[in-house]
Design a protein around this ligand. Structure first.
Ligand code: DGJ
Length: 551
């Protein structure tokens, strides 16, 4: 704790996002912080429900809880504010030694204003809804009306002012503006007010930022004009809320994304039109500079699509933060892939015992067993998350998630390729099959190879784990020194092209851990069986510092 000279408590440093050389970190208490997050179910934002949250936080060793704060909850009557839940939550979080990300469920909660107060939802004149081309209105508020923006902004500003007053310890480290903004059922608002705006020129700031010639929306954006118009106005709306609130209390702010499928997107309105989907990122970045992060909510299960999403949302101008991901077993390993893209955090959704599952998006049950895959990974990371966050900010790092997808699929692929009964697959066959379960990266003088589904001993080829669960992390500490951890995987460090022809060895493989100040504490040396067949990891947690050499 910090004290001023007079012995009076000073406030802790404000959390902030820092970017340097295209790498990002979230700083909390002035140190890099890795969000090992869990998000509650949607209706867990009441004091009575919190008792069903903390046991999951404890089980998983999460350090951060994402939880809604509903507009209807803090301003049930216009201009009458009630922060009793916020106060209770902050105290309870501190008792449970966990930080908070507050999710502002307001104008948009997945397209609709469900969490807006009744006095908003029932007043279509003052707070108009999006109108379809046929004149029908949708249950999605239009971003074009200052009445709506001003009302939402007022409530959010009051929330931030309250946090500033009560949260000197910075238990709340980030605030999410709205929840999965955008509209289903139409690309944009087609009301007469909207039509008038649509026929005007695209605002100068936007064409300039995107380096496009001036003109009306259709002229500038062609077939993407309707969606671009909606995205620009929702982005401006969120930015206005963020800017006005940061003027009071500048916490990092994110907007989470109801993703479109990057390979098979469909039409705007089939997915949430106007949200920061991958095609709208340039517009959002130009129109919402006060939003620090556009963060994907991932409910695709397959490796290929998840990898693409992670790539799309980790950019020099956008730190990767997985603000939601399904809480079923196959999603857990994407933690490692997220870290491989310098992710600042990872948050499985629906992590409480309040009695709800969003299967088939997430897990089919809400039991400790269902949440165990996340506990396994967070348990590995919790003791040194601060060290990884600093390494990710400062050093080259890699992360790998097992690439073959669903339960048992790895074995099925292997078996489908099996040779006729009684014959042995040729060495070439085996090598070919092994490629499915092998990942490599060039780390300079050395390459790293990660393989899945092989015994710890001997050279058996990788066949994939029976359940896709493997992952690995590597940080480069020096030309010949690496920090490695993994689960359900074999990691081999091999000479790269640059060392071709030279013989190599593990000079020293130290197992150890980091103390709370980030100092390495030596435990033992791995040698013999533990290094002869690569570095083999099952569910047991190991952290290795490896020095390679040639001779
Ligand atoms: C994504 C939303 O952001 C969450 O609040 C939740 O509704 C899930 N979809 C589905 O459970």
């Amino acid at each position: 704790m910090l004290f001023t000279a007079g012995g009076v408590h000073a406030a802790a440093e404000l959390p902030q996002i820092k970017t340097s050389n295209g790498r990002h970190a979230l700083f909390v208490d002035n140190k890099p912080y890795l969000i090992l997050g869990i998000q509650t179910n949607n209706s867990t934002n009441y004091a009575a429900a919190l008792k069903d949250v903390w046991p999951v936080a404890k089980l998983t060793q999460a350090n951060t809880l994402s939880i809604p704060i509903a507009w209807e909850q803090i301003e049930p009557k216009e201009d009458h504010f009630d922060f009793s839940f916020v106060d209770y939550l902050i105290k309870d979080a501190r008792r449970n030694n966990i930080r908070l990300i507050l999710l502002w469920f307001a104008t948009w909660k997945n397209n609709a204003p469900h969490y807006a107060p009744g006095w908003v939802k029932l007043d279509d004149k003052r707070f108009p809804r999006v109108v379809k081309p046929n004149g029908e209105s949708l249950n999605s508020l239009s971003p074009l009306h200052s009445t709506t923006l001003e009302a939402d902004k007022k409530a959010f500003r009051r929330l931030m002012a309250h946090l500033k007053k009560v949260d000197k310890k910075r238990t709340v480290i980030m605030v999410q503006v709205e929840n999965e903004v955008g509209t289903y059922g139409a690309a944009r608002d087609y009301s007469p007010t909207a039509e008038k705006r649509f026929q005007q020129a695209v605002p100068n700031e936007l064409v300039t930022a995107l380096n496009l010639p001036p003109g009306k929306w259709r002229e500038v954006f062609g077939a993407a004009a309707d969606e671009s118009f909606h995205a620009y106005h929702i982005a401006k709306y969120c930015d206005a809320i963020a800017a006005a609130s940061k003027a009071i209390y500048p916490l990092p702010m994110n907007v989470n994304v109801a993703l479109r499928n990057p390979f098979n997107p469909g039409k705007p309105g089939q997915y949430a039109s106007g949200g920061p989907t991958d095609n709208m990122l340039p517009i959002w970045k130009a129109a919402a500079p006060n939003i620090d992060l556009l963060s994907p909510d991932i409910y695709f299960r397959d490796y290929k699509t998840v990898s693409k999403v992670l790539e799309l949302y980790s950019r020099p101008d956008n730190p990767l933060f997985v603000s939601e991901i399904g809480n079923d077993q196959p999603y857990a390993r994407y933690f490692f892939a997220t870290m491989g893209k310098q992710g600042i955090g990872f948050v499985p959704f629906g992590m409480d015992y309040t009695g709800y599952t969003n299967y088939p998006l997430g897990a089919p049950s809400y039991t400790p067993e269902a949440f165990q895959p996340f506990a396994e990974i967070y348990g590995l990371m919790a003791p040194w998350a601060h060290v990884w966050a600093a390494l990710s900010f400062e050093k080259p790092t890699w992360g790998f998630a097992e690439p073959v997808d669903t339960q048992g699929q790895a074995r099925k692929i292997w078996n489908a390729q099996a040779s006729p009964e009684g014959t042995q697959p040729s060495p070439e066959d085996i090598q070919e099959r092994a490629k499915n379960y092998t990942q490599r990266a060039d780390m300079g003088l050395w390459d790293v190879e990660v393989t899945y589904g092989r015994p710890m001993f001997w050279t058996d080829p990788p066949k994939g784990n029976p359940v896709a669960s493997g992952g690995a992390l590597v940080a480069k500490l020096g030309d010949n020194q690496f920090l490695v951890t993994a689960l359900h995987a074999r990691v081999d460090i091999k000479p790269s092209e640059e060392l071709k022809g030279q013989r190599s060895m593990h000079l020293r493989v130290e197992e150890g851990h980091f103390d709370s100040r980030g100092n390495w504490v030596f435990e033992r040396v791995w040698n013999g069986d533990q290094t002869d067949w690569g570095l083999n990891f099952d569910a047991k947690h190991h952290l290795l510092k490896i020095t390679m050499a040639t001779y």
